[in-house]
Design a protein around this ligand. Structure first.
Ligand code: FES
Ligand SMILES: [Fe+2]
Length: 394
């Protein structure tokens, strides 16, 4: 590929049109994104139900860094770089597990869950252990959702907490249970996955199951009256309904919208898939749709949470992780059938994955040119504008 001039590309950007090809295909652009997006903002890592007990951990890989997310002795979540302070070996070699202590496999230095170096065998008496704790990563949680920041000076987390928190709270994520986690590798630039999940222009043509469940998803049904009526009921139940949009300087989007009347859940048959989750008294909470730029999506109904975490692997490959959470008391086989629970988002996710890969394939063509977004793609414009703004601040 010819050498690209990022400044020229950025100054040529026209809001309302899709991005020029190199934004989706050039490693140089991804390199700027690693810095100005992935290492500057709060990044969704996972949820506390993935690590319910002290010592439970999972690894989240961003670019060349593996981050250990581990539950401490008092329930708090710690985040450390997975690199030993002795000679740098990776410490956790499994993607998830449980460890009373973190023991480096190379020379067995022993670290506590909070990263404190406890034991460095055969080192001299004057060796100062306090200088060799694990290198920490900034970590915050809101209502059980775990975010990390690789920035030296992380942005204020409170706008995320205030935007997403009220919508997530009734699910009682800390007491919930992971029913299933699946990872998919898509041959598409990460921004195409994000863009796809910021519009429903494609839903009528691509998602029959989704359109059966969500009234208005085909963009042909007027939902104004139903939404107003439902908002009233939801507010009486104390459920958050206030739309939150991503505005300059913020990263969160939140909305609650109705399912089609008679539909109880996001399911292939319209029926509920599990018992109401957390504090939800019934199956009538509609859909909670949350986004946090750059990598967090949550689409949830009364009986389960579905989250999506997207992470670039390289400019043309993206890891997509789906996680399904159910009420902590729900028993598989009795209160929910795993296949019934996951079918809706597996089908819809496969459809979306295909669309993203098709989109990427076409963008790789020499004949690709930016095309115009329509009015129903306003949230895609919002996302792409946000990305360009971050790149300009590089
Ligand atoms: S590299 Fe970890 S103990 Fe030596
Ligand atoms: Fe979709």
């Amino acid at each position: 590929m010819n050498k690209i001039n990022i400044d020229t590309l950025l100054s040529n950007y026209q809001s309302g049109f899709s991005l020029e090809q190199p934004f989706y295909t050039a490693e140089e652009i991804l390199n700027v994104e690693w810095k100005s997006i992935w290492r500057s903002h709060w990044i969704y890592a996972g949820n506390v139900a993935q690590i319910p007990k002290s010592g439970d951990y999972f690894i989240y890989k961003i670019q060349q860094d593996e981050i250990i997310l581990i539950r401490g002795n008092n329930g708090q979540v710690h985040a450390h770089y997975n690199t030993c302070t002795h000679r740098g070996s990776a410490i956790c070699l499994e993607q998830k597990g449980r460890a009373a202590k973190l023991v480096c496999p190379y020379h067995q230095w022993v670290f506590d869950k909070d990263g404190t170096l406890l034991n460095a065998r055969m080192m001299p008496d004057d060796f100062c252990k306090g200088e060799y704790n694990l290198r920490p990563v900034a970590v915050e949680t809101t209502e059980g959702l775990i975010f990390i920041s690789l920035s030296k000076d992380p942005p204020d987390f409170s706008p995320i907490r205030e935007s997403l928190g009220p919508f997530v709270k009734p699910y009682l994520v800390a007491e919930s249970k992971v029913a299933c986690i699946k990872n998919y590798t898509l041959r598409a630039n990460w921004k195409l996955v994000a863009e796809n999940f910021r519009e429903c222009y494609h839903c009528g043509g691509a998602h029959p199951e989704y359109c059966n469940a969500v009234i208005g998803a085909n963009l042909r049904e007027d939902t104004t009256a139903l939404t107003a009526e439902k908002n009233k009921t939801w507010e009486e139940k104390g459920l958050a309904t206030k739309l939150i949009e991503v505005t300059p300087g913020t990263t969160s989007y939140a909305v609650r919208y109705p399912l089609r009347p008679g539909v109880e859940s996001y399911s292939t048959d319209g029926k509920k898939v599990s018992i109401p989750m957390g504090a939800h008294p019934d199956h009538d909470a509609g859909v909670v749709g949350l986004v946090n730029y750059p990598n967090f999506w949550m689409d949830s109904v009364s009986d389960y949470i579905w989250t999506m975490r997207i992470t670039p692997i390289n400019v043309s490959t993206t890891d997509v992780e789906f996680c399904w959470l159910v009420d902590g008391k729900a028993e598989e086989g009795k209160d929910y059938q795993l296949e019934h629970l996951t079918a809706f988002w597996e089908i819809t996710g496969d459809q979306d994955g295909q669309l993203c890969e098709n989109n990427f394939k076409g963008i790789e063509s020499n004949a690709y040119k930016p095309g115009p977004y329509g009015p129903v793609e306003d949230q895609v414009i919002n996302f792409v504008d946000w990305c360009v703004t971050q790149l300009q601040s590089k």
